[in-house]
Design a protein around this ligand. Structure first.
Ligand code: UT7
Length: 322
């Protein structure tokens, strides 16, 4: 049996850090409101010369370095983003060219905040079916470029960044071997007006700005995430008590708490970076994973659950043995 094993991870953040006090100078908000409602204290915001592809390339380089893998041996790049450098070509091809692994498969996946889960699902299927041996799976965003900086209900919530993992197809001896064990993905277009961008190439011919009915999104997020986590646990025969870590999409500390409570998961098992990164959409799960792997919390052999929910709606979860 072949499994897709995570053999390296990396991340990249823009240089500029914007804290809540600075946000309060731009819109009618306060550090107190943002921390109490979201857990966010600061976020990184891309400056001149920093784009989705440059952040993605830096994260991918760090992941390749950790894995000790030459970019030339990468056969597949799947990049999740809702904020590509250009409408086309795919940002994955810009990253490919920067890394010098020209010729391999490279494409973008668009599932907003669940993008990394969708990208991981695609790459895992393609590796297990033999289309490639090694893949770079990247989540990268510059949401600051699609925010309405006059709208306090959204602009305080998001940040920029990128995270990446290197996946390698490995023959596994038994059930306890490392690799992706199960992935479950969902979408429901009926809710697309609760979280969307009011522009696009085929409608307005502009990029548009992010719009969100936060309270409604919150309600759906807690229910959908708890359901999909249970689904993946049932598919693999594990229980919430077996998990070493949950690496959730970092949208709001209250969503993380509510989801953990629904599953009876101790809060100490949930990786939290929303305080420093805010919501980086498709980048948030690999950014949080890389943070916890590099600081030594996540170790080889650990059972780790990734989960995310976002615009579309889209949502998903993935169980991995490290
Ligand atoms: O990544 C994709 C998934 N996204 C999410 O999961 C986001 C989900 N939603 C949320 O995280 C929360 O709903 C928010 C953080 C967006 C909002 O928190 P909330 O507790 O649901 O607040 P609310 O929208 O119900 O607003 C409460 C009040 C309102 O004032 P009134 O109408 O009660 O007078 C808002 O106008 O807070 C006000 N408010 C603010 N006040 C200060 C909204 N934004 C701000 C702000 N600063 N930045």
């Amino acid at each position: 049996m072949i499994r897709s094993v995570i053999v390296g991870s990396g991340s990249a953040l823009p240089q500029r850090v914007v804290d809540n006090a600075e946000m309060a100078k731009m819109v009618d908000t306060s550090d107190e409101w943002i921390v109490e409602r979201t857990g966010i204290r600061s976020r990184h915001i891309a400056g001149e010369g920093e784009t989705t592809s440059t952040l993605a390339t830096d994260a991918a380089r760090a992941a390749l370095e950790m894995a000790g893998i030459d970019p030339a041996s990468i056969g597949l790049i799947v990049l999740a983003t809702a904020t590509p450098d250009q409408t086309f070509p795919a940002t994955a091809t810009l990253v490919q060219d920067a890394l010098g692994c020209n010729g391999c498969i490279a494409f973008d996946v668009h599932a907003v905040c669940s993008g990394f889960l969708y990208a991981l699902g695609c790459a895992d299927s393609m590796l297990r079916s033999g289309m490639a041996k090694r893949a770079l799976v990247i989540g990268a965003e510059t949401f600051s470029r699609i925010l309405d900086w006059d709208d306090r209900t959204t602009c305080v919530l998001f940040g920029d960044g990128a995270g990446a993992v290197v996946l390698e197809a490995q023959e596994c001896a038994d059930e306890s071997a490392p690799g992706i064990l199960a992935t479950s993905l969902h979408a429901d277009g009926a809710h697309n007006q609760l979280l969307f961008v009011d522009g696009g190439p085929s409608t307005t011919g502009t990029v548009g700005k992010l719009r969100m009915k936060g309270r409604e999104v919150f309600r759906h997020a807690v229910v959908n995430l708890a359901d999909v986590l249970r689904e993946v646990l049932e598919a693999t025969g594990y229980t919430a008590a077996d998990l070493d870590w949950v690496v959730p999409h970092q949208a709001n500390a209250r969503i993380l708490d509510a989801t953990a409570r629904k599953l009876d998961l101790p809060a100490e098992k949930v990786i939290v970076t929303v305080d420093r990164h805010a919501n980086t959409s498709a980048a948030s799960v690999p950014l949080a994973f890389d943070t916890a792997w590099r600081d030594g919390r996540i170790k080889p052999g650990d059972l780790v659950m990734f989960e995310a929910m976002g615009g579309g709606f889209t949502w998903g979860a993935c169980l991995v043995r490290i």
